[in-house]
Design a protein around this ligand. Structure first.
Ligand SMILES: Nc1ncnc2c1ncn2[C@@H]1O[C@H](COP(=O)(O)OP(=O)(O)OP(=O)(O)O)[C@@H](O)[C@H]1O
Ligand SMILES: [Mg+2]
Length: 290
């Protein structure tokens, strides 16, 4: 299974939301990381055929998705970023309705909806109106509709936005569980959502694909660039002036300041630290830090 994106461009007036984006997706989970406005939702909307590209093409198993038409939609599950749910509809009715839009028969829907409700842990709420759901339940309801029809390609746009840590972990585990034999593309701002489940991570900024690779390979790029400075508590302000800080930990005696830098911080007491994906994120997108 190959989803191949070739030279995709999207302009909104003068704003280039996607700039010559190309990538080959195969089975597995892919994380799309990047700040607001990076182009993550634009990319997903174009793949989901909700938005027209300015130029470029998308091939599924070497066939242009335009020629696949509704057959492509059938193998696609899409969870949008915005929660546009029907408040008075019960979850059950919502899922039957979405199944009918996907062209599924009533008996197909019946069979799958029970399974999916179990998977997203919402069985007990199937007959409650969506308007009564918490944010986490709404996110899971949206994931549930994306799973209808057992799609081969699953697009999840910030599935854990606004969730408490427990819900976030629950959804992360769910995604890991359902990703078997699928291409899953997941946009997020939360590095820990994908650090351990993504086969590859793509960093997007202002429409450009600035780097990509397995979490391990991306982290290795930062080897010899991440250090922990051990300083007195009041030393943090000065260190922040000169260094890109990724984390601060304090105990009774010292502050342990993780910094990303091309040269070791010789002027301080320091030790080498192991880079993680969050460090890689900060390395590329440091403007918003502190
Ligand atoms: N309908 C639209 N009309 C005009 N500009 C748009 C529209 N949708 C998106 N844009 C612009 O395109 C760029 C990419 O937006 P997009 O929503 O794809 O980013 P994103 O990475 O999903 O951001 P976020 O993390 O905030 O969801 C931004 O500059 C945005 O302002
Ligand atoms: Mg978005």
């Amino acid at each position: 299974m190959i989803l191949e994106i070739k030279n995709l461009n999207k302009m909104y007036g003068k704003v280039q939301a996607l700039n010559d984006f190309s990538y080959r997706f195969t089975e597995g989970v892919y994380g799309l990381l990047g700040p607001n406005g990076a182009g993550k939702s634009t990319l997903m909307n174009i793949i989901a055929d909700n938005l027209k590209e300015s130029s470029g093409e998308i091939l599924f198993n070497e066939v242009n998705i335009k020629t696949l038409g509704s057959n492509f939609r059938k193998i696609l599950g899409y969870m949008p970023q915005q929660q546009g749910l029907y408040h008075n509809m019960t979850l059950n009715r919502f899922l039957y309705y979405m199944a009918s839009l996907k062209g599924m028969t009533k008996s197909e829907a019946e069979e799958q909806i029970d399974q999916i409700l179990h998977l997203v842990n919402l069985e007990a709420h199937a007959n409650k109106p969506l308007g009564s759901f918490s944010g986490g339940m709404k996110q899971r309801a949206l994931i549930a509709q994306a799973l209808l029809g057992n799609p081969k390609i699953l697009l999840l746009d910030e599935p854990t936005a606004g969730l408490d840590p427990k819900e976030r972990i629950r959804i992360r585990n769910l995604i890991a569980k359902i990703s078997f034999e699928k291409i899953v593309i997941l946009a997020t701002h939360i590095v820990s959502d994908i650090e351990f489940i993504a086969k590859e991570v793509l960093f997007l900024n202002k429409g450009n694909l600035i780097d990509f690779g397995s979490p391990q390979v991306l982290c290795e790029k930062l080897s010899n660039m991440v250090y922990e400075i051990i300083s007195a508590h009041d030393g943090v302000t000065d260190i922040a002036k000169d260094y890109r800080i990724s984390n601060i930990f304090k105990d009774d005696k010292y502050a342990y300041i993780k910094v990303i830098t091309t040269k070791p911080p010789f002027e301080y007491k320091y030790r080498e630290a192991k880079p993680n994906l969050e460090d890689v994120y900060l390395y590329y997108f440091d403007e918003d830090v502190l």
